[in-house]
Ligand binder design. Structure first.
Ligand code: R5P
Length: 279
């Protein structure tokens, strides 16, 4: 068995390989002058654990090429960040259900698929056999012993925040969000008991940062002493991190499902546990 590290998840792949006590396959990745990708994977025989987050179109094409390169082996796909999952239905007539297309593609190659906090149950429903690892206990554990209040920026993330807060041993509450378009959200004013408290906003994804910026404004208006945020998937599109700091967010942390400088928590153990359980 070999672990194959895609270019979006080299560190996490290495961590998983170490936990499993197996080697990384030798990989070569290149881009041709016209932009097409090239992939070579050496030394894989019977089983390949392919680790690659989908945080860009390039990641998705590379994943497909990795699958093809190891197609003679049994493939387990570890997709720590399952991109395209937010388009989990046709919101307007004629729209592609992106995650349905991605699920079909992945399952046409992989015998098993493992991900971390896929965006929604609806997105999960397009896979035949997906194991969805929950990173919320890890986020909760990170804050254990700290006197904070965890806040969900919307109802959709409330269950996640409940789990995180139970591991942190702290209070939790939620805000109500209305999405205006891809980049803009409105957080409805609401009375919350955050006056003078250190608050941690917990979400599954930080993409443009719009949600956290708006939530931070509301929490500061309500008298929060400080605002930090924690997420599973640090997409951080464009200048998102600067936007967060400009809004007064004190600290941002995430897991390593997307490898960023703020990845303070690793999901390697949890993924390795699933791989070991079912092997
Ligand atoms: C939405 O349902 C998600 O849980 C996140 O709140 C959202 O994806 C964050 O996006 P952004 O950072 O662009 O506001």
């Amino acid at each position: 068995m070999k672990v194959v590290a895609g270019q979006s998840s080299p560190l996490l792949a290495k961590r998983i390989a170490e936990k499993l006590g197996c080697e990384l396959a030798k990989t070569t990745y290149k881009v041709f002058p016209d932009g097409e990708l090239y992939v070579r994977v050496e030394g894989v025989k019977d089983e390949a654990i392919v680790v690659q987050s989908i945080n860009s179109n390039k990641d998705l094409v590379q994943l497909m090429l990795i699958f093809d390169a190891v197609a003679n082996a049994d493939i387990i796909a570890v997709i720590p960040y399952m991109g395209y999952a937010r388009q989990d239905r046709a919101f307007n007539d004629g729209e592609a259900v992106s995650i349905r297309a991605v699920a079909k593609l992945i399952e046409s190659y992989a015998d098993r698929v493992i991900t971390v906090n896929i965006h929604s149950e609806k997105a999960k429903s397009y896979f035949k056999k997906l194991v969805d690892v929950d990173a919320m206990p890890l986020i909760g554990g990170y804050y254990k012993g700290r006197n904070v209040v965890m806040i969900s920026p919307d109802l959709g993330s409330l269950n996640r925040v409940k789990v995180a807060s139970s591991y942190a041993g702290c209070e939790f509450d939620y805000l109500e969000k209305v999405r205006l378009d891809a980049e803009n959200v409105e957080i409805k004013p609401k009375s919350l008991d955050v006056g003078g408290k250190d608050v941690v906003i917990v979400d599954d994804i930080i993409s443009t940062g719009g949600t956290i910026v708006e939530a931070t404004k509301v929490l500061k208006d309500l008298g929060a002493k400080s605002v930090e945020c924690a997420c599973v998937h640090a997409v951080l599109a464009g200048d998102a991190l600067n936007k967060l700091f400009n809004a007064g967010v004190k600290r941002v942390i995430a897991t390593d499902t997307i490898e960023k400088s703020i990845s303070a928590i690793s999901v390697a153990d949890e993924i390795a546990k699933v791989l070991l359980q079912d092997s």
